[in-house]
Design a protein around this ligand. Structure first.
Ligand code: ZN
Length: 355
């Protein structure tokens, strides 16, 4: 289905760095000298699961004449913003900076990426917003970066990868959540791994097919961890947005988590309600990809099982290949829910869009 109404809020688009060299002007004096001395500006820090040079990394209809997918700001404005008549779109820069082992170098690149996206994208179009890229493996440095960029209201979210060194609920990450909650910034958890561990529960897979299909199980693990560790008890105003998780796994996860919690809730007495209820209150999911069932009545049943109209957020995932282009929403969504997915849910999730 094409977008039925103007003014939608696109919660996941991907401007990409043309190369690491564009970050050099945004590094401070020490890091500029450090990077140039080591020749790091010639390296490509693309995340291995999404190889930037692969032709299938970009939809043919969203492919620039030259350069990589998402590297042309004018084309992004024309295709992702004008093309959908978008009111706001949130830029999520996916980059290996978050996965670098050196915490200091990771933080330096993340700072440079945030300043780059502000200058090259946010300053050029008032419809664009962005997520703060943080060095996730150093909570102190990540919290510091959140505080540095939070004064710019165009940054509306903190961006982390689903699979890192530790499950996301662990207390080592809590300084990040504390800073995010303080500045009304949801935690955007995007599909991806820093590859400290195999991306499947079983070990290292051989093919992208295995890696990609397993992402939804990674997101289920993220929810288990955030809820069981009590993140939403400690940070009652915190929202998390799962990006590219798919949707249809959620009802099965809710059933399984609730059933198990009912049996062994004494293990986690700090939880004041069921895992599904925590998810309904604190967790949001972007709808690209919406792995929706083929028939409208099946979709309706899925939505009834989720039992919450506030959870789904519109996104195009521009410009990636494996998504649905202009057909960004499935057929058969009720009109009231459609309005919530396109606009209202995002405004409630991201307070800074209204400020
Ligand atoms: Zn995405």
């Amino acid at each position: 289905m094409a977008i039925p109404a103007p003014g939608a809020i696109d919660c996941d688009i991907h401007p990409a760095l043309p190369g690491t060299h564009v970050l050099v002007p945004y590094l401070d004096e020490y890091w500029r000298a450090h990077v140039l001395m080591r020749g790091l500006e010639h390296d490509n820090y693309g995340l291995a699961a999404v190889p930037a040079n692969a032709p299938i990394n970009v939809r043919p209809d969203w492919k620039p004449a030259t350069g990589g997918a998402g590297t042309d700001p004018d084309l992004l404005r024309q295709q992702a913003l004008d093309g959908f008549d978008t009111r706001f779109a949130i830029c999520n820069v996916l980059h290996g900076a978050q996965a670098i082992f050196s915490e200091d170098l990771s933080a330096a690149f993340c700072r440079a990426i945030n300043d780059w996206v502000a200058a090259e994208y946010l300053d050029r179009d008032p419809r664009l917003r962005a997520s703060i890229v943080v060095p996730m493996h150093s909570a102190d440095l990540a919290a510091r970066e959140i505080e540095r960029k939070a004064e710019d209201n165009r940054f509306v979210q903190v961006l982390v990868l689903a699979m890192g060194e530790l499950p996301l609920g662990r207390r080592q990450h809590w300084p990040i959540y504390r800073a995010a909650e303080r500045y009304d910034l949801p935690i955007g958890i995007h599909a991806g791994s820093s590859f400290r561990h195999p991306p499947t529960n079983l070990g290292w897979p051989s093919y992208y097919l295995e890696d990609y299909v397993a992402w939804s199980t990674g997101f289920a693990g993220v929810l288990n961890s955030l809820i069981s560790e009590g993140v939403f008890v400690e940070f009652p105003r915190l929202k998390v947005v799962l990006m590219e998780s798919g949707v249809t796994w959620l009802p099965a996860w809710m059933w399984r988590a609730n059933k198990t919690w009912r049996g062994i809730r004494a293990e986690v007495p700090w939880l004041e309600k069921s895992p599904a209820d925590y998810a309904r209150e604190h967790v949001r999911l972007t709808v690209q990809p919406f792995d929706s069932p083929p028939r409208a009545d099946q979709l309706q049943r899925l939505l009834e099982e989720i039992d919450c109209d506030d959870m789904l957020l519109f996104a195009t995932d521009y410009p990636h290949w494996h998504y649905d282009g202009a057909d960004a929403l499935p057929d058969g969504l009720p009109a009231g829910l459609m309005r919530k997915i396109l606009v209202d849910n995002a405004l409630k999730t991201y307070p800074r869009l209204s400020s």
